[in-house]
Design a protein around this ligand. Structure first.
Ligand code: NAD
Ligand code: GLY
Length: 366
C-alpha cells in the first residue's frame, strides 16, 4: 500500500492506494467516529463490491443505499433517495457516509454528506479509474442541472480516500479509457515527463497492468493533491484541472447526460483546447498532434459531435463556472506541461476553434 496526503490543515486526509484495500478494516476504522455507516453505491457496483466493503465494516451498523446507475441519475431526485435512506434508518449526526463507486456516486454521496444534518463524515472508496485519479480527491461534490453540468454542489472534503486498484479489473474497457482522459490531463497541464511516460505505457494501462496503473494513480493523485492543497476552492490554479472541461461539459449537456461519458467529452474538449492553444501560437501543431495521438491510443474520441455547431458550444459555455462578469475564462496550454486560465484571447480564435475541422485533424494522425 502507498499513501499520499491532501494537505489542508486540520481537514487534511490520506489517500491510500494498493491491491486488496477493500478487505482491510483497519484502514477505515480511524476515520469513522460513530456506530452508523451508510454505504452509497449503485446497482452495478453493489453486486461486485458491497459485500466485501460491508464485511470490512462488521464493527458498525451498516446501511446500504443502492441508487440507479448512470450520469443521467446525478440529479435532485436521486439525491433525495440518499436523504430518504438516512432519515428512514434514523442516522444521526455521527453517521459516516461512504461512497462506493465511480465519480457519479462520489459526487452525489459527497454532496449528500455535505448537506445531511448540515454535514456528516464522508469517505470515498472510488472504483473507476476516473474516480481514483480525480473525482474522489479534492472535495468537489454535486449534481447536474438540466441546463448545466455540476451546477449545484458544495466543496466538501472526505476524511479518507481508499483506492483498491484491483477494483479496476471489472471495469468495462470504455470506462477505463474515459479515466485515461483525466490521467493524460495531468501530463498536459503540469507534468510533461508524465506525458512521455504515458506514451510508453498507454497500452499497459489499457491491458490493466497493475504496476502501470499504480504509477498512473500515484502520479495523478500526487498532482491533484498538490493543486488542491494550494487552492482548495478554485481561486486560481485549481481551474487548470479543468483543461478541456468547458468544451467537454458543453458536449455532455448538449448530447444528454450519459450519452458521451465524462472522460470522452473531456478528451474531445481537450483536443479543442489544444487546437486553440496552437491557433494562439502557444504550442506547435506537432505538439497538438502529439496530444491527439495519445488520446486516440487511449481509445478516446478526438472529434466533437458532428451535430454540435459553434453556436451550440457558445450557448452551453456561457454558463460555465469559469465565467466571471460575463467573460468566459478558458484553460489553455502555454506549453506542453503548463496550463493557464485566461479570458485574454481574440473572439475570432475561439470561433475558429469551435469551427475547426477536427475530423481532418484526426485523419492526419492516421
Ligand atoms: P460513473 O460514476 O458513471 O462510473 C462509470 C460506470 O462504471 C458506471 O456504470 C458505474 O456503475 C460503473 N462502475 C464503477 N465501478 C466499477 C467497477 N469497479 N467495475 C465495473 N463497473 C464499475 O463515471 P466516472 O467516470 O467514474 O465519473 C464521472 C463523473 O465524475 C461525472 O459525473 C463527472 O462530472 C464527475 N467528476 C467529478 C470530479 C470531481 O472533482 N468531483 C472530477 C472529475 C469528474
Ligand atoms: N476535477 C476538477 C477539480 O477537481 O478541480
Amino acid at each position: 500500500m502507498q499513501t499520499l496526503k491532501v494537505d489542508l490543515g486540520e481537514r487534511s486526509y490520506p489517500i491510500h492506494f494498493g491491491e486488496g484495500l477493500l478487505d482491510q478494516p483497519q484502514l477505515l476504522a480511524p476515520h469513522i467516529a460513530g456506530r452508523q455507516v451508510a454505504i452509497v453505491t449503485n446497482e452495478t457496483v453493489a453486486p461486485l463490491y458491497l459485500e466485501r466493503l460491508t464485511r470490512s465494516l462488521a464493527a458498525y451498523s451498516v446501511l446500504p443505499i443502492i441508487l440507479p446507475d448512470g450520469e443521467s441519475f446525478k440529479n435532485w431526485e436521486t439525491l433525495q433517495l440518499i436523504f430518504n435512506g438516512l432519515l428512514t434508518a434514523r442516522h444521526d449526526r455521527r453517521t459516516t457516509v461512504i461512497a462506493l463507486g465511480g465519480g457519479v456516486i462520489g459526487d452525489m454521496a459527497g454532496f449528500a454528506a455535505a448537506c445531511y444534518q448540515r454535514g456528516v463524515d464522508f469517505i470515498q472508496v472510488p472504483t473507476t479509474l476516473l474516480s481514483q485519479v480525480d473525482s474522489s480527491v479534492g472535495g468537489k461534490t454535486g449534481i447536474n442541472h438540466p441546463l448545466g453540468k455540476n451546477m449545484v454542489g458544495a466543496f466538501y472534503q472526505p476524511n479518507l480516500v481508499l483506492i483498491d486498484t484491483t477494483s479496476l479489473n471489472t471495469l468495462p474497457a470504455r470506462e477505463l479509457s474515459a479515466g485515461l482522459a483525466e490521467v493524460i490531463k495531468y501530463g498536459l497541464i503540469c507534468d510533461e515527463p508524465f506525458l512521455t511516460w504515458l506514451e510508453d505505457h498507454v497500452d499497459a494501462l489499457r491491458a490493466l497492468d497493475q504496476v502501470a496503473l499504480t504509477t498512473a494513480i500515484q502520479r495523478s493523485c500526487a498532482a491533484k493533491a498538490e493543486v488542491v492543497g494550494a487552492d482548495e476552492r478554485e481561486a486560481g490554479v485549481r481551474a487548470t484541472l479543468n483543461l478541456g472541461h468547458t468544451f467537454g461539459h458543453a458536449i455532455e449537456t448538449h448530447m444528454g447526460y450519459g450519452v458521451w461519458l465524462h472522460g470522452e467529452a473531456v478528451a474531445a474538449g481537450t483536443v479543442m483546447a489544444l487546437e486553440m492553444s496552437a491557433r494562439l501560437g502557444w504550442i506547435t501543431h506537432a505538439e497538438r498532434d502529439r496530444g491527439i495521438r495519445l488520446f486516440e491510443r487511449a481509445g478516446l474520441p478526438v472529434v466533437p459531435p458532428a451535430e454540435m455547431t459553434p453556436a451550440d458550444f457558445m450557448e452551453h459555455m456561457a454558463i460555465d463556472k469559469k465565467v466571471i462578469d460575463g467573460r468566459l475564462r478558458l484553460v489553455l496550454l502555454r506549453r506542453m506541461g503548463e496550463a493557464t486560465v485566461t479570458d485574454d484571447y481574440p473572439q475570432e480564435v475561439l470561433q475558429a476553434t469551435l469551427g475547426a475541422d477536427y475530423r481532418a485533424l484526426a485523419q492526419l494522425k492516421g
